[in-house]
Design a protein around this ligand. Structure first.
Ligand code: P6P
Length: 336
């Protein structure tokens, strides 16, 4: 079967008026950079790139060598596109304005290598990206990026697994591309991905169960009760501990992914970050017919106040998200 290249797909989308030429060039640059990141990752121990960099990021998490390598590759590539005004990353405290780029149309946010704790054990990891409009309010600063997820012009991820796959949306559905190692091109392998409304599969880190708030306790307990419980059907659980891999499964065959806020750090709204994890993944999930909520609030409507703020994440098959959101709405205000 002949698969169109990403380049052809993007050009056709420009012809259809779904995408501007500058945004097409930006998305191509992100894809090209991901193939370089993939090459570096797939060297594994042979490339001397595994292990810790001996530094911490703004989250206070130990940075892996590959976190920094991937971050630098993305910065270098995006600086030369001529359409990016500024960049923000999980690995950088503050945003990176592009010199003389104040009037360029786009802001790009990324988690250069999500799930990096899995790198050293050869489990799938990924790059997540989000594209926002340059608000045109003067010099680019952290505040320039504080736009709700509904403002995103494009979002996507690359999962570095048994295959290297790019999954992308710019508001006209979700399409997936598989890296053809022979040609070095991403080829269009899934068009207009849809998340099934119903599912029997959920993903959550069960070891945190005793820390969850009541709505999540109730929801998960009902799944675990299976056929003999109120849901009257059995469920299966997955947890890869790599958001990109777990969300890719949800987009590929349905299911849910949840990382709720819990009582371990009451002042912290969960573990995952809004701007470069929850928002891009939520846009993809909604564009594929799923839902994405932070307790009882639609993630894409959250008004950000900080570049690195965290938010609880519940996303995937709409029937399941409707149920767990309802449980939050019925619960005490503390859990909303
Ligand atoms: P836990 C990876 O570190 C990450 O940010 C997400 O990719 C993943 O879903 C989550 O954290 C895993 O967290 O607490 O299960 O290790």
């Amino acid at each position: 079967m002949n698969h169109a290249t990403l380049q052809t797909f993007l050009a056709q989308s420009v012809e259809k008026g779904q995408l501007t030429a500058p945004l097409s060039a930006l998305l191509q640059s992100l894809a090209n950079t991901s193939t370089l990141i993939a090459d570096t990752i797939h060297q594994g121990a042979l490339g001397g790139v595994l292990g810790s960099a001996g530094t911490e990021n703004v989250q206070g998490e130990t940075q892996k060598k590959l976190d920094i390598i991937a971050n630098d590759m993305l910065l270098e590539a995006l600086l030369t596109t001529g359409v990016v005004a500024g960049m923000a990353s999980e690995e950088m405290n503050d945003c990176c304005p592009v010199q003389n780029g104040e009037h360029h149309p786009y802001l790009v946010l990324f988690d250069p290598l999500d799930g990096s704790s899995n790198i050293d054990v050869n489990v799938s990891i990924g790059t997540i990206f989000s594209v926002l409009p340059n608000p045109g309010t003067g010099p680019i600063a952290n505040a320039s990026f504080l736009q709700a997820g509904t403002q995103q012009l494009a979002a996507g991820y690359v999962v570095y697994g048994p295959q290297t796959s790019l999954v992308l949306t710019f508001g006209y559905g979700v399409d997936a591309f598989t890296l053809d190692r022979k040609s070095g091109h991403f080829l269009h392998t899934s068009a207009q991905i849809r998340i099934p409304e119903h599912t029997h599969e959920f993903a959550i880190n069960m070891s945190n169960q005793r820390h969850w708030h009541e709505p999540v306790q109730r929801y998960i307990a009902e799944l675990l009760a299976g056929k003999t419980g109120p849901r009257e059907k059995n469920f299966n659980m997955r947890w890869i501990a790599s958001m990109v891999a777990d969300v890719h499964r949800v987009l590929t065959r349905g299911g849910t992914f949840m990382y709720p806020q819990d009582t371990r750090n009451p002042e912290q709204a969960g573990k995952l970050r809004l701007m470069y994890e929850a928002n891009p993944m939520s846009l993809l999930v909604e564009q594929a017919g799923g839902k994405a909520y932070a307790a009882s609030v639609r993630i894409l409507e959250i008004a950000p106040t900080d570049l690195h703020q965290r938010c609880p994440v519940m996303l995937g098959s709409s029937e399941e998200i409707d149920i767990v959101v309802e449980y939050h709405q019925l619960s005490s205000p503390a859990c909303l």
